[in-house]
Design a protein around this ligand. Structure first.
Ligand code: CNA
Length: 238
């Protein structure tokens, strides 16, 4: 075990107030591509960049094309939580971890058993009508064909935060609360490029900021410990 992982392990062992802030890199070891890695969605051939297709104006303009991307790229069947998700659930269960704050929309933290999960960008496992806001089963939108319609005639949409849409105020307030009070803040699997989510980590006041990410991030020089390794592998050693 290398020295950084030993340090990380000691921080986790000593704390009962850990908060985790993560992103798409947490789920790549489950087989879900992220946005910015070499094999991520940004580097795949698609008519528009993911940020454009996943924007509110694009959804309103061309919902059929949105759904083509959604079903082909966001919905991946048969995925299961990996060692990172499972370790976080275990730490919560042991009373050491207070909250998982995630930018992911895949529901894998809950599938692993985590209870207090703050989904900053919503979840593809929920859906509602964009006109009357009635709740619909997500399976229909994730696996059906064509445009999913509500009996009211509105288009059913996933309960995710599209680009150009604001984050949910209650979730943001809660995330700030946990980050501000955290003893250890672990940031993992995120390029920290997507705002306002990435800005939330500025509320951390402690001295144990651990960053576990394959590639460098704009926040590396502010972290107390930086580990550029696969998060599932790292978490399996703590
Ligand atoms: P991103 O910008 O794609 O960055 C991912 C980061 O994770 C990169 O810096 C990678 O180096 C790093 N990474 C990849 N694999 C690993 C690994 N195994 N261990 C450690 N680090 C790894 O993704 P962000 O989350 O920062 O960007 C935010 C967007 C991406 C959010 O709005 C998400 O909703 C969106 N997204 C979510 C998913 C998902 O729910 N699984 C998938 C793809 C994109």
């Amino acid at each position: 075990m290398n020295e950084n992982i030993q340090k990380f392990r000691a921080m986790v062992e000593e704390s009962d107030n850990i908060v985790f802030f993560g992103g798409a890199g947490v789920s790549t070891e489950s087989g879900i591509p992220d946005f910015r890695s070499v094999d991520g969605l940004y580097n795949q051939k698609w008519k528009y960049p993911p940020e454009t297709i996943l924007s509110r104006s694009f959804f309103d303009r061309d919902p059929a094309e949105y759904y083509r991307f959604h079903r082909e790229k966001l919905v991946i069947d048969g995925v299961a939580p990996n060692r990172a998700h499972l370790k976080l659930a275990e730490l919560e269960q042991k009373g050491k971890l207070r909250a998982v704050i995630t930018q992911n929309i895949d529901g894998l933290h809950q599938a692993a058993g985590s209870k207090n999960v703050l989904e900053l960008h919503g979840s593809i496992l929920r859906a509602y009508c964009s006109r009357c806001r009635r709740i619909h089963p997500a399976d229909n939108i994730n696996h059906g064909e064509g445009l999913p319609l509500c009996p009211c005639g509105g288009i059913v949409r996933p309960d995710i935060v599209l680009y150009e849409e604001p984050l949910d105020n209650d979730i943001v307030s809660s995330a700030i609360h946990y980050i501000r009070k955290a003893d250890v803040l672990i940031i993992g699997g995120t390029s920290l490029n997507v705002y306002p989510a990435a800005g939330l980590i500025n509320y951390y006041r402690g001295t144990k900021l651990v960053l576990v990410n394959l590639s460098a991030t704009p926040y590396d020089d502010r972290a107390d410990l930086v580990i550029h390794e696969k998060i599932g592998e790292v978490f399996s050693q703590i």
